[in-house]
Design a binder for this molecule. Structure first.
Ligand code: XIL
Length: 475
């Protein structure tokens, strides 16, 4: 954990050319949020069946974001097919919205967060009843085990077989299973009122570990598995999630991350809830469990949707982001905003997002940009945090010489995966060589506790001088 894979290769140059400074610096004109935060984590948003058909929204996504979550399109009520489902084989489908979103992300190389598999809400009541019938008796835990396993298995199979090049880098396996007072939800059919049919079947929260066991079994190895919840900073709920859900799952190797939904409230600005400090405490507690953190559904409403509170909203976004950066550090791999423009938000009356209804950047957007000095911006299509990003296909034979670089606590490990003789050089930004090594592949160079700063990694194939450069930033 805490390990960053910086799969590099920002530019390829021939031996004749001087080392190229990768385009991570000085790109204010074209940079989007994904670039501003590229050296910290992915900066994502959502698409739904409507926004994915808007050329304007797709443009915004391509410029600003490098993670997409389908807003509703992968939820159980849109994916479980009633007719023909059996206990051993739950039929699943992707609707037109899901297809359009996943295709757009696959085509544009945008990693996706899957959302969500096991949830009390937006899940058909008949999924928990005999014969998948609305009037059937509630099934036993043994039957529900089979249905849950089959649903999870079939969902991963359907997505990965339909979109083989899609980067499904994370999945919310279980959503919102904790009550506000810290414990399981109340059993019952009133999902809108917070009741859970999962608890009705199992009588407790034992379905959570089963869900993660099945997800671990069937998810692609590159898909990180998350528990996701809201009000995740309220003490009783936070401590229950941390100690009774995430910690035991982590000890069993079943979970990779905590999803902090982060549906926040600026109110009038003088007493936002949660306070940035309370939010930061939660970040610290989840980080200390040794799991990754994704902020999965960030939005921050203002009272009455009154625009006079927008400056306060901007300050609040800045303060929250500061907590994420300072308390979360390397554990945070993605921050996802739950919507693009205010008028598209599920809480649109209270205008919680970064763009207004006309698509203009709000003060909150600008504050998030100002928070990161431009010298620290990066390339959001090839970010330092998050999941490994493959090298652009246009780069010639990169896999043959590009080393795999991982960074932890300012220790840089360079692993050569080349199938030829390659000389690798690490230099600081003034061009001063810090280390060199020659390798025939499979060799590893470890450089402990380097001074903070930006470094260039230059790999040159002996045979023909073919060369790749990349950069890494240590902080
Ligand atoms: C919301 C969507 O944004 C709405 O369009 C839908 O009507 C209800 O669900 N927690 C979650 C998200 O995990 O899936 C929810 O999304 C917001 C709260």
């Amino acid at each position: 954990m805490g390990k960053r894979i910086v799969s590099a290769a920002v530019s390829a140059v021939m031996a004749c050319c001087a080392a190229v400074i990768s385009p991570v610096f000085g790109q204010s004109a074209t940079a989007g949020l994904k670039d501003v935060y590229a050296n910290h984590f992915r900066l994502g948003s959502i698409l739904n069946g409507s926004t994915v058909n808007s050329a304007a929204m797709k443009q915004v996504v391509l410029k600003e974001f490098n993670s997409i979550t389908p807003e509703n399109e992968l939820k159980p009520d849109q994916t479980i097919v009633q007719s023909g489902s059996t206990n051993d084989n739950v039929k699943v489908q992707l609707g037109n919205g899901a297809k359009a979103i996943l295709k757009f992300c696959e085509d544009n190389n945008i990693p996706v967060r899957g959302h969500t598999l096991v949830w009390h809400s937006q899940t058909p009541g008949w999924f928990f009843r005999e014969n998948f019938s609305a009037n059937g008796a509630v099934v036993t835990p043994a039957v529900m085990d089979k249905r849950m396993e089959s649903y999870i298995k079939n969902m991963f199979a359907l997505i990965t077989s339909s979109y083989p090049k899609l980067k499904l880098y994370a999945y919310d396996v279980v959503n919102e299973a904790a009550s506000e007072s810290g414990g399981p939800r109340t059993a019952g059919t009133d999902a809108g009122g917070g009741q859970s049919m999962w608890v009705q079947v199992y009588k407790d929260n034992s379905f959570i570990e089963k869900a993660f066991t099945y997800a671990r079994k069937y998810a692609p190895a590159t898909t990180k598995l998350f528990y996701n919840d809201y009000n995740e900073y309220i003490q009783a709920k936070r401590d229950y999630i941390a100690n009774s859900i995430v910690k035991p799952l982590k000890q069993k190797g079943l979970i990779d991350g905590m999803g902090m939904q982060s549906h926040l409230d600026v109110r009038t600005g003088s007493d936002p809830y949660p306070s940035a400090a309370l939010y930061g405490q939660a970040v610290t507690i989840y980080k200390n469990l040794g799991v990754e953190i994704h902020v999965t559904e960030l939005d921050a409403t203002v009272n009455d949707g009154n625009e006079s509170y927008f400056p306060a909203q901007a300050t609040y976004y800045k303060n929250i982001m500061n907590e994420i950066l300072s308390k979360g550090g390397d554990a945070v791999k993605a921050v996802v905003v739950w919507g693009i423009q205010d008028d598209q938000s599920w809480r649109k009356a209270r205008k919680p997002l970064l763009f207004n209804a006309s698509g203009q950047k709000k003060a909150a957007y600008n504050e998030l940009v100002k928070l990161i000095p431009e010298s620290n911006w990066g390339d959001g299509n090839n970010p330092g945090g998050g999941s490994p990003t493959p090298i652009a296909a246009s780069v010639k034979s990169p896999a043959r010489i590009t080393p795999l670089v991982t960074v932890r606590d300012r220790t840089v490990n360079i692993l050569s995966t080349a199938d030829a003789k390659v000389s690798i050089k690490l230099a600081d930004m003034r061009g001063k060589t810090v280390a060199t090594f020659n390798t025939h592949g499979g060799d590893k160079l470890s450089l402990q506790k380097l001074p903070a700063g930006a470094y260039m990694i230059d790999a040159k194939r002996t045979q023909d001088g073919y060369r790749m450069t990349s950069s890494v930033i240590l902080r």
